[in-house]
Design a protein around this ligand. Structure first.
Ligand code: COA
Length: 256
């Protein structure tokens, strides 16, 4: 079965992350599918709203670490990496974009939410930005968007320590619109998407575009993060972190 399920109903395209045996960790192929789906949905008059969801026990474990090790995205490549293409489509998506999050939302599982218009979370949601713990740095514009949303100190805590934070704190920070029981999160998000789908699309698009004017220079931020990320991905700390994860041991950064 496909690792990204696509379902269309009444103007709502739902993209479901579906790789549960690996906790919905995202591979290059999955980013490519998501990027294509968002690109097509942006151009398709029949799609008015998009929802990204996972399972009621897991949203996503973030980037697939095996993929990072075997096939690291190269910022200098002539063809943009699938993850970069996904971020481009995500950050420029012109129609309402909703996310339903339950269980772990690691790395890009949290940073992608900064680009969604409405985010609903199960009370089991666990957000984390473990980039430093992986020898990496923030991506998807989170180095700028998270401090703007949550304040510098709170963002620094999340980005430097990389510890999980939970649904109530994410709600308090403004990352999440509402917290609901995990088994209700997908249905609740669909109900909100259905309300939006019934509204005039031109007004939704213009309203979103006007609000997004508050993020000038976002592309340059994402490109700069991506360049740094690509270098760190090839460095010793990242290698040690991924080896440690794969061998189910604690990393040793004493030489990094
Ligand atoms: N990349 C590749 N495989 C992953 C993965 C990832 N990001 N996250 C989980 N998996 C795999 C595990 O290796 C394991 O595979 P196995 O059954 O073949 O051993 C399987 O998914 C289940 O993961 P497990 O760690 O046993 O599940 P858990 O419920 O105990 O913990 C997480 C879930 C998400 C908290 C934990 O898997 C985790 O921390 N993953 C890494 C997250 C990460 O660092 N992502 C990168 C962000 S940039």
């Amino acid at each position: 079965m496909s690792e990204i399920l696509q379902h269309r109903e009444a103007g709502v395209l739902t993209l479901t992350l579906n790789r549960l045996d690996k906790k919905n960790a995202l591979t290059a192929a999955m980013y490519a599918t998501l990027a294509d789906a968002l690109r097509d949905a942006a151009a398709d008059e029949q799609v008015r709203v998009v929802v990204i969801q996972g399972h009621e026990q897991v949203f996503t474990a973030g980037n697939d670490l095996q993929d990072f090790r075997d096939n690291p995205p190269n910022p200098a490549a002539t063809e943009p990496a699938p993850v970069h293409r996904f971020l481009h489509e995500l950050t420029t998506f012109p129609k309402p974009l909703l996310a339903a999050v339950a269980g772990p939302a690691v790395g890009i599982g949290t940073t992608l939410l900064l680009h969604c218009d409405l985010v609903y979370a199960g009370d089991n949601a666990a957000f984390s930005l473990p980039f430093v713990n992986l020898g990496l740095c923030p991506e998807a514009g989170s180095s700028v968007l998270l401090p703007a949303l949550a304040g510098y100190q709170r963002a620094a805590e999340k980005l430097l320590l990389g510890e999980a934070f939970y649904a109530d704190e994410a709600h308090d920070m403004g990352l999440v619109n509402r917290v609901v029981p995990p088994h209700e999160v997908n249905a609740y998000t669909q109900a909100q998407a259905a309300k939006l789908s019934a509204k005039p699309l031109a007004s939704l698009r213009v309203t979103k575009a006007l609000m997004k004017r508050s993020q000038p220079g976002l592309k340059a931020v994402i490109d700069e993060e991506f360049a740094q990320f690509g270098q760190l991905l090839r460095g010793p700390a990242c290698k040690e972190a991924i080896d440690a994860f794969m061998s189910k041991r604690k990393p040793d950064f004493s030489q990094c």
